[in-house]
Design a binder for this molecule. Structure first.
Ligand SMILES: Cc1cc2nc3c(=O)[nH]c(=O)nc-3n(C[C@H](O)[C@H](O)[C@H](O)COP(=O)(O)O)c2cc1C
Length: 340
C-alpha cells in the first residue's frame, strides 16, 4: 500500500512502524508498497524506490524486524509509466504540472496520456524505444538483485493498475505496431522478457510473483482468458504465483479499488483453475471466515488484505482467534506472555 512517505525513494521511520506493526499483528506475508526501479519509475515524489544501495540500506532493518517477528517479507517492484510524476495522494493526487520542479517526463507504449480529455492534468508520455525498454528491464534486474541482498523472501513484479508493464500488456493502451504490440504475445513481450531476466538473478529458492490486472473491466480490454494465457507464459518463465488484482488501465476502469474490486477473489479462483498456478486473492476481504473459505475451497493460496489491514494492524491475530487457532506461537513474546 503506497505510503507516500519516502524521500528520494528512501524508506523512513514510518515504514518501520507501518510494516513492523503488521508483523507484531501476526501477518504471515508482509508486502512492501510498490517500489520503483528508477527515480522516473515512481508514481509520485513520495513513493518508495529500490535503485540504489541507499534504498537497500533503508529497507534492511525493516526486513530484519519482520523476520524477527516471524513474518515473510515481500516487496513489489514497479515502474509507473504514463501514470508517473504525480503529486502524492496526500497532496490531492493530481498530476504535477509539466514544468513543476518535482515532476519528470513520463513514458509509455505510445505517446497517449492516461486521460487526455479529463479535467486532471496527466502528462503526455514519450513512447519507449526498444533500447529504452531494455534499459528499464535492466533496472528491474538491478532492483531484484538489491532486494535479494536485503533478504526479501518474495519478489513481486507489478504488472497491474495501468502502470508501465500493464500498459504494454493491455490492448486498451498498447497501440504499437512493432514487436511489442499488435497481438497478445507481443503485448506481453515487455513483461515476459523482464520476468525472464529477473528470474535469472532472483534466487531459485525464493518466491517470484507477478501482480496482474486479471480483468481490465472495460470492453476491448484484457479478459480472464487473455490473462490465463499470460499466466501460462509466466509459469514457463519460472513465476511461482500470480497476484490477482484488476482494473486501472484507462480512466473508465477504476483502479485498484473500484466497483468491481469485490469480484477479484472469484477471478483469482478461475485463474488458478485455468492455469494450475498458485494465486493470491485480493479485494474487499475483511472477515476471517471469508479469508478462510477462499483458502479452504482452493480458490486462493494466499489472501491479501489492503485497506482492512490499514484499519487494523492486528487483524491477523483477531482472525486467528475467530477461527479458533492458538495464537501463542504468533504473538510477539512481549505481548504473548500476558495475553496468550
Ligand atoms: C492507499 C492505497 C495504496 C495502494 N498501493 C498499492 C501498491 O503499492 N501496489 C499495488 O499493487 N496495489 C496497491 N493498492 C491496491 C491494493 O493493494 C489492493 O489491491 C486494493 O486496495 C484492494 O484490496 P482491499 O480491498 O483489501 O483494500 C493500493 C490501494 C490503496 C487504497
Amino acid at each position: 500500500m503506497c505510503q507516500y512517505s519516502s524521500v528520494d525513494g528512501v524508506a523512513s521511520d514510518w515504514h518501520m512502524v507501518h510494516l513492523g506493526s503488521r508483523a507484531v499483528g501476526g501477518v504471515g506475508l508482509i508486502m512492501a508498497e510498490c517500489t520503483a526501479v528508477s527515480r522516473e519509475g515512481r508514481i509520485s515524489q513520495g513513493c518508495a524506490g529500490l535503485w540504489d544501495q541507499k534504498h537497500a540500506d533503508g529497507l534492511k532493518p525493516i526486513v530484519d524486524f519482520l523476520h524477527n517477528y516471524g513474518a515473510v517479507a515481500g516487496i513489489q517492484i514497479s515502474h509507473s509509466g504514463r501514470k508517473g510524476s504525480a503529486a502524492t495522494a496526500l497532496n490531492g493526487g493530481s498530476h504535477l504540472d509539466a514544468d513543476d520542479p518535482d515532476g519528470w517526463d513520463t513514458v509509455g507504449p505510445t505517446s497517449e496520456a492516461f486521460d487526455p480529455d479529463g479535467t486532471r492534468l496527466w502528462k503526455t508520455p514519450h513512447a519507449l524505444s526498444i533500447t529504452e525498454i531494455e534499459t528499464i528491464q535492466e533496472q528491474f534486474v538491478n532492483s531484484a538483485k538489491l532486494a535479494a541482498n536485503v533478504g526479501y523472501d518474495l519478489l513481486e513484479v507489478h504488472c497491474a493498475h495501468g502502470y508501465l508493464l500493464h500498459s504494454f500488456l493491455t490492448p486498451l493502451v498498447n497501440k504499437r505496431d512493432d514487436s511489442y504490440g499488435g497481438n497478445l504475445k507481443n503485448q506481453a513481450r515487455f513483461l515476459l522478457e523482464t520476468v525472464e531476466k529477473v528470474r535469472n538473478v532472483w534466487p531459485e529458492n525464493r518466491v517470484l510473483s507477478v501482480r496482474l490486472s486479471v480483468h481490465d473491466f472495460v470492453e476491448g480490454g484484457l479478459t480472464l482468458e487473455d490473462t490465463a494465457q499470460v499466466g501460462l507464459w509466466l509459469k514457463e518463465r519460472g513465476v511461482d504465483i500470480l497476484d490477482c488484482s484488476g482494473g486501472g488501465a484507462v480512466p473508465a476502469a477504476r483502479g485498484a479499488i473500484g466497483n468491481r474490486t469485490a469480484e477479484q477473489p472469484d477471478m483469482a479462483g478461475e485463474l488458478k483453475a485455468s492455469t494450475g498456478m498458485p494465486v493470491m486473492a485480493v479485494g474487499d476481504i475483511t472477515d476471517a471466515q471469508k479469508a478462510e473459505e477462499l483458502v479452504a475451497t482452493s480458490k486462493a493460496d494466499i489472501v491479501l488484505l489492503g485497506r482492512e489491514m490499514m484499519r487494523d494492524p492486528h487483524w491477523a491475530l483477531k482472525a486467528a482467534k475467530t477461527l479458533g487457532v492458538d495464537t501463542r506461537h504468533i504473538l510477539a513474546e512481549q505481548y504473548g506472555f500476558f495475553v496468550g
